[in-house]
Design a protein. Structure first.
Length: 287
């Protein structure tokens, strides 16, 4: 009997399941943002000066004598040719009518320097009178800064916590040979009469560079890459890198000339180290 050897070959089909697709997502970065807005920005220099006036006068007697009476007090309004003091002239054997001392301008009595009974000479001023409607700020500007100081240029006047507007009204045609400074006058504008007083020391800010109604973002939004500045604009939870052209830097803000638009949302905290297209989570807004 023939033996038949039947070989059974069992084939194991190995079906390799397709590998799971692994999506490597970039981690979300926590950032703070700011909305791009328009405004004014300037680089201002501060100069200190004194409040003076176009119309002011020291009142002197025409002749020496004793002060018989002071007819006004500090703060009084006086008119030109109004009698402000009487001077008694005592000469043995002679009688004189009291000498009438008159104001030479309309204004307010700023200071009274004498009292009744005091002897005065023609060189001794009795009082100081100033026209309060013609006050101005006298400052001294270094020669190096005169290139951007022009008549008509706006200025900000600061005194005792108040800020007033002003304009450069006069620039001296000569420079002091010792200090290398020029005298400049700033005329206050707006409601300043109750704030400024003759003799006050005030600060005057004058812009070296300024832009009005321009795009402004916090300086912290800028990231420098080589010679180029970029900001990261947030849209749909994604950070998009934008090349920008910057202008004036002042304090905590910078002018943006191109690259983004008004109303855009830009990252102001957490921008360093971000990559273009990275997901972000907004954790607050910096205004």
């Amino acid at each position: 009997m023939k033996k038949f050897i039947i070989a059974f070959f069992i084939f194991s089909s190995v079906f390799a399941a397709p590998k799971d697709k692994v999506t490597i997502e970039k981690a979300k970065a926590l950032v703070k943002v700011s909305i791009v807005k328009k405004g004014d920005i300037a680089v201002r220099y501060i100069y200190y000066g004194m409040v003076t006036s176009d119309r002011e006068a020291l009142i002197y007697p025409d002749l020496p004598g004793k002060v018989m009476a002071v007819k006004v007090k500090e703060g009084d309004h006086v008119r030109k040719d109004q009698v402000v003091a009487l001077i008694k002239r005592d000469i043995p054997g002679l009688e004189y009518r009291p000498l009438k001392v008159k104001s030479t301008i309309d204004g307010i009595v700023g200071f009274v320097y004498v009292k009744p009974g005091q002897m005065v000479a023609q060189q001794v001023p009795l009082m100081y009178i100033v026209d309060p409607n013609s006050l101005k700020i006298e400052v001294y500007i270094p020669q190096s800064d005169l290139s951007f100081i022009k008549t008509g240029k706006s200025a900000l006047i600061t005194v005792a916590g108040d800020t007033l507007k002003g304009v450069v009204s006069e620039i001296s045609p000569a420079i002091d040979m010792k200090t290398r400074e020029a005298k400049v006058y700033i005329k206050p504008t707006g409601k300043w009469q109750r704030i400024l007083k003759p003799g006050m020391l005030v600060g005057a800010f004058i812009a070296k560079e300024e832009s009005k109604n321009t795009l402004i973002v916090p300086l912290s939004a800028l990231v420098k890459e080589g010679n180029q500045y970029v900001v990261f604009k947030v849209s749909g939870g994604i950070a998009h890198k934008k090349n920008v052209e910057i202008g004036i830097k002042s304090g905590k803000y910078v002018e943006i000339k191109s690259g983004i638009a008004e109303g855009d949302t830009v990252i102001t905290l957490g921008a360093a180290g971000l990559s273009d297209g990275q997901p972000v989570e907004i954790g607050g807004e910096i205004k």
